[in-house]
Design a protein around this ligand. Sequence first.
Ligand SMILES: [Zn+2]
Ligand SMILES: [Zn+2]
Length: 264
Amino acid sequence: MPLRNNIFTNRNYKIRVLHILNHLACLYAAYYFSWTGLAVAIALYYFFFGWGIDIGMHRLFSHRAFKTFRFYEYLLLVFASLATVGSSIAWVGMHRRHHRSSDGPEDPHSPREEFASELPSWQKMLSVYFGIWPNYYASPKQTHGVRRLKPHQYAHYYYFLIIALYVGALSLISLDAVVWGYCVPATLCFHGASLIVTLGHSSESVSKRTRDYSVDSVLLHWLTWGEGLHHSHHKYPNKYHFENQPWYLTDLPGLTIKYLMRAS
Ligand SMILES: [Zn+2]
Ligand SMILES: [Zn+2]
């Protein structure tokens, strides 16, 4: 199945529109606040981001850092799609490019190199945070390992249909279910992903080992369900679990993989 649209990140205008609508829905959520709703949204943020992005998009689809059962691969793909940060194929292409040229001129979302000659640093950070980076072509080479897999192809083609079906099902329950069950967790995913690409590369100086500005951050770790060991990840991108960390840097996605999802 050939891919019609290789440029499919949060530059995609439909995803932009969804992000705007989701943020507006958060205003509704704040006005009609409910503790139950917040608990549901945080739980779903855990599955959309902690499973869908941390484990699925990142450690499994991009780095193939572990082998798992098909059931988990498909489940992670669904959560990753509902996180509303682009299709798995596009995300993998973008992320592999990020590793190949981390904080270099080819990095799609470096807060250090991007617009380096034109903007002051806080504006660079904000531009990258809100996904204002150049379009790029996710080549077959960059997306090998997922591009030919049917479930990922379907999740790419029918990306908005997956989200629409989920939102449609929630709408049968109530408007509040749509807001707390999709809009709020998807908004949290947007900010979680934006924090990783900015705060995760906020070191004062270039690392000799990784030649980029990546950092390990406790704050980032707690806000993204365990993706704060970003510098460690750049050092060892194919490691699925960072063991022997202090309790406040426990690798929750790694533990989930180790004790629940790893096939061999
Ligand atoms: Zn990075
Ligand atoms: Zn990575």
